[in-house]
Design a protein around this ligand. Structure first.
Ligand code: DSN
Length: 438
């Protein structure tokens, strides 16, 4: 595509392209360790910029509010079938446009204003959906917090049983954004049954690990409903999904109307189609990708621990997921350390850790391995990344030297893996006809 032409607005468009290109180049050099980020495959990306982006299709396949949806119907039916096959479940809805929107759809379907809903505290790793200032507040439900077991780094089963029996919430949400270990759903299942509560699992972070058979399987352990975003360990587009293990027509209808018209109008057809590609790719490559993602998280945790970092849960093997958490108070605190890492090309986020006293001063950083695994890094590279942390945060090495060393490592890992079209550039910016818009 030629440059947009003369004039102020054309120059603005050209500038936006240049900044986006700069952004891509930044990430091509960087060591990306945000636990909630990943890269889209070439075939999924292609559908993201297809004509589907321009269309409306409210409703469900075969029952739309708009005309012209014959092909959309076929794509959505395929997407639904792939989702049910990948997660071995009986219900799917691929219309939520994000994880939070999926959570809102479940809240609309399962709860009434004023209800009590079981969940974890933000400091114990819960997503902001559970907060009064988030989706819970919007729906007007009140959280009932599960006590935390710092020894097992998950919900304290015995104390949670007591809370649930005393308060008897009708809905119990499980799932975290700092998700190191599976949640004890099977252990809590008899209590949920006893009090007549429905188990709901927010799988945003671990969706790809569940699908790859490398984490717990909540829909077969006691939760009837699962909500998630689709772009973390499942390397799909930014979108959302609802899954269920239920034949109850009333519950299915409630979930479907929670999604539409509850919390969406159009459901971003380009992203839904890209999701279908990602689900198919995960059926083909997901088991190995999930296995390696966890292996890398454990290797990075071990290598940081050996270099004197306070990685959480050493007695439990640090993590059983894609995520590890490092308490960095002695290195300056979560905010300062995340900033120093970013200035050295290592992208991570500050994070509240269990036991933190003030939400304004997160004591740790959260690190994740979905993206470095996606570009082909393995345990050897995790050791090198830990050395970069050590150089920067313990040995006082110059940030730009650390950034150069990180870029040197990254040079060999800039193509997409675990997808059809593997080997395609992961970060390079191309225009629609494949040219570099310099
Ligand atoms: N904010 C995302 C995360 O980083 O965990 C979840 O929505």
């Amino acid at each position: 595509m030629p440059a947009p032409g003369p004039g102020e607005m054309a120059a603005t468009v050209a500038h936006l392209r240049a900044v986006t290109k700069r952004h891509s180049a930044r990430f091509e050099r960087a060591i990306p360790l945000i636990a909630s980020e990943n890269l889209l495959s070439p075939y999924a990306k292609e559908l993201m910029i297809s004509d589907l982006h321009s269309r409306y299709a409210e409703g469900l396949p075969g029952d739309r509010y708009y005309e012209g949806n014959e092909d959309v119907d076929e794509i959505e039916r395929t997407c639904l079938a792939l989702a049910k096959r990948l997660f071995r479940c009986s219900f799917a809805d691929v219309r939520p446009t994000s994880g939070t929107v999926a959570n809102l759809a479940v809240l609309k379907a399962l709860t009434e204003t004023g209800d009590l809903v079981g969940t974890s505290r933000l400091a114990d790793g819960a997503h902001i959906s559970s907060a009064g200032f988030g989706a819970f507040g919007l729906r007007g439900v009140k959280p009932v917090y599960y006590p935390w077991d710092p020894e097992r780094m998950t919900i304290d089963v015995a104390k949670t049983r007591e809370v649930l029996r005393a308060v008897r919430p009708k809905t119990c949400l499980f799932g975290l954004s700092l998700f190191l270990f599976p949640m004890p759903i099977e252990e809590l299942r008899p209590t949920l049954e006893e009090i007549g509560a429905r188990g709901w699992y927010d799988a945003a972070h671990v969706l790809g690990l569940i699908a790859g058979g490398q984490f717990q399987d909540p829909l077969h352990e006691g939760c009837t409903v699962l909500s998630a975003s689709t772009h973390k360990t499942l390397p799909g587009p930014q979108h959302g999904i609802l899954l269920g293990q239920t034949e109850d027509p009333e519950l299915r209808k409630k979930l479907e109307s929670g999604a539409f018209p509850g919390v969406t109008s159009n459901h971003h057809l380009h992203a839904m189609a890209a999701l279908a590609v990602s689900l198919a790719e995960h059926l083909e490559f997901g088991r190995e990708y999930a296995r390696r993602t966890i292996e890398n998280a454990q290797a990075l945790a071990q290598a940081l621990h050996e270099r004197g970092f306070d990685v959480l849960a050493p007695n439990l093997g640090f993590t059983k997921s894609h995520t590890l958490a490092v308490r960095v108070e002695k290195e300056g605190g979560g905010a300062e350390v995340a900033g120093r890492l970013a200035a050295s090309g290592i992208i991570a986020n500050k994070n509240l850790l269990p036991g933190d006293r003030s939400p304004k001063h997160p004591g740790g950083v959260r690190l994740g391995t979905p993206e470095v695994t996606r570009v082909g890094m393995g345990p050897k590279e995790m050791v090198r990344i830990a050395e970069l942390f050590d150089d920067l945060l313990h040995k006082g090495k110059d940030p730009s030297a650390v950034a150069d060393a990180g870029a040197e490592l990254k040079k060999r890992f800039t193509t997409l893996q675990f997808c059809f079209g593997a080997g395609e550039a992961a970060y390079r910016y191309y225009d629609l006809v494949g040219r570099d818009p310099s």
